[in-house]
Design a binder for this molecule. Structure first.
Ligand code: SF4
Length: 121
């Protein structure tokens, strides 16, 4: 089973978290800056955090957003190994760990086509 070590939930050195919230140009707060992907619409699980009602401008506080059912589902999924299939692709890419707990070297998964464009993450 693939394992996830969410860097947004783990302490790192003297920081509370390795990764902290991100703010997208489209007006959403996100679990980390990596979630502000170029094509979020290709990641159906990630898009659950980008519903119109979760826009910062449509809420009174950040707590209203991160306490929402969508965010609760997100945190349940990234902390439940059996829910790995429901984890956003971006989280699998950055926060999946090897069996020994070491971080996957996601940069090695970059593939470029003959035209120089990124074809696979
Ligand atoms: S990629 Fe996902 S699991 Fe990893 S730090 Fe960001 S939100 Fe958390």
């Amino acid at each position: 089973m693939n394992k996830l070590k969410p860097q947004c939930l783990y302490k790192h050195d003297k920081q509370d978290h390795s990764k902290t919230y991100g703010h997208s140009a489209k007006g959403f707060i996100l679990p980390c800056c990596w979630c502000d992907t170029v094509n979020p619409e290709t990641d159906t699980q990630l898009m659950k955090l980008m519903k119109e009602e979760l826009l910062l401008e449509n809420n009174n506080s950040i707590e209203d957003i991160i306490d929402s059912p969508e965010w609760n589902e997100f945190y349940t999924n990234i902390t439940t190994p059996e829910n790995y299939d429901k984890v956003p692709k971006v989280c699998k890419r950055y926060c999946t760990v090897n069996d020994d707990g070491t971080q996957k070297l996601w940069k090695k998964e970059f593939k470029y086509g003959a035209d120089g464009k990124l074809v696979k993450w």
